[in-house]
Ligand binder design. Structure first.
Ligand SMILES: NC(=O)c1ccc[n+]([C@@H]2O[C@H](COP(=O)([O-])OP(=O)(O)OC[C@H]3O[C@@H](n4cnc5c(N)ncnc54)[C@H](O)[C@@H]3O)[C@@H](O)[C@H]2O)c1
Length: 327
């Protein structure tokens, strides 16, 4: 089915990836039911005009509420679901029960609704967080067959979701694609430690200094590309329940900062030395390529330039502030 004939239900649409999924689905001409627990449209407003926002059906939805999830899916009859709602690493650590409720039970609720209401394609957000510490893995690009060894609750919950998906396929033939983003950057990426990569471009647009709190090799993916991957993975109507690593650009933080300096000689971006992120840093995305044919990938230099331009415009028009640089 093409996106223009599809009805997409998206969870977590007020988040960074959710906003970019909406941007792409509007471009596609899809019918959209946008859901979130929080109904503050601040991130989607950075990417969509008021007229575009008006074409979307907005529904407040708590994914932990099984009846609400089932009732909404029954009512709007989506052909496809992109499930992004979730709590990030620090929130799961601060409130493990809520983290499990949102990340694990919430995902079960979406699968259950998909099972009972004939949803044709479902993609959901897993994370590189399932993989745990790099020293537990061989020194090579990790494949989709390398096993999760999560070392924080967020990773444990995302691993549970990957296994939930496999059982929903085995027992009820609910097909799904799980995706494991790593460092997502772009406009709207304003929270979480790895958001520092995106914040550096906001700082450049604002002509302010900024310190990235880590170094070492990282895999970076532009939010627009990741959103496209989620949509295309749902549209693939996959007959199975596989989980795919994402790659796109692998770069040392030092090289990233040097690239920023080359593109913007006035930039004042620094980074913390000897503080690498606790995840493996390189991935083989052959699985995703074989699913999609071609993985959406904006070249890093081009993406940085477009982000700085977009941030500058949003600052000029008063749509964003630089407050996120302090958090
Ligand atoms: N951004 C990244 O770098 C990254 C990397 C790996 C995985 N992921 C995963 O991708 C997904 C989307 O990421 P993001 O950066 O857009 O996250 P985000 O934190 O910006 O957005 C998550 C959204 O989920 C919503 N939410 C929280 N609890 C909810 C509930 N009970 N019911 C409904 N909605 C609820 C929040 O209100 C928020 O709008 C998440 O599941 C995240 O774990 C993101």
């Amino acid at each position: 089915m093409s996106a223009s004939n599809a009805t997409f239900l998206v969870t977590g649409t007020m988040g960074c990836l959710g906003a970019w999924v909406l941007r792409n689905l509007i471009n596609d001409g899809a019918k959209i039911i946008a859901t979130d627990l929080d109904m503050t449209v601040s991130r989607p407003k950075l990417l969509l005009s008021d007229q575009e926002l008006d074409t979307i059906e907005w529904e407040k939805l708590d994914v932990t509420d099984v009846q609400a999830v089932n009732g909404l899916v029954e009512k709007v009859k989506p052909t496809h679901i992109v499930h992004l709602a979730g709590l990030q690493i620090p929130f799961c650590k601060a409130n493990p029960s809520l983290g499990a409720a949102v990340n694990v039970v919430g995902t079960v609720n979406l699968f259950e609704a998909a099972r009972h209401h004939g949803v044709r394609g479902l993609s959901y957000a897993s994370s590189v967080g399932v993989l745990g510490a790099p020293e537990n893995y061989p020194d090579r690009a990790l494949t989709d067959a390398d096993l999760p060894l999560p070392n924080n609750l967020y990773g444990v919950y995302k691993t549970a979701n990957e296994n939930t998906a496999k059982v929903y396929w085995q027992d009820w033939q609910v097909g799904s694609v799980g995706l494991r983003p790593y460092t997502v950057y772009g406009v709207c990426r304003d929270q979480g430690m790895t958001a520092d990569i995106a914040k550096a471009t906001l700082a450049i647009a604002a002509n302010k200094p900024f310190h990235i709190r880590f170094d070492g090799p990282i895999t970076v993916q532009h939010a627009n590309d990741v959103a496209r991957i989620f949509i295309d993975s749902a549209l693939a109507e996959y007959q199975g329940a596989d989980v795919f690593n994402l790659r796109n650009d692998v770069i040392e933080v030092a090289e990233y900062v040097a690239l920023l300096k080359q593109l913007y000689p006035e930039s004042q971006i620094t980074f913390e030395k000897n503080n690498a992120l606790p995840f493996p840093s390189d991935f083989d995305d052959a699985g995703l390529r074989s699913l999609l044919g071609k993985v959406p990938h904006t070249p890093l230099k081009q993406a940085i330039q477009s982000d700085v331009e977009q941030f500058a415009h949003l600052l000029d028009t008063g749509k964003i502030t630089t407050d996120s640089l302090n958090g």
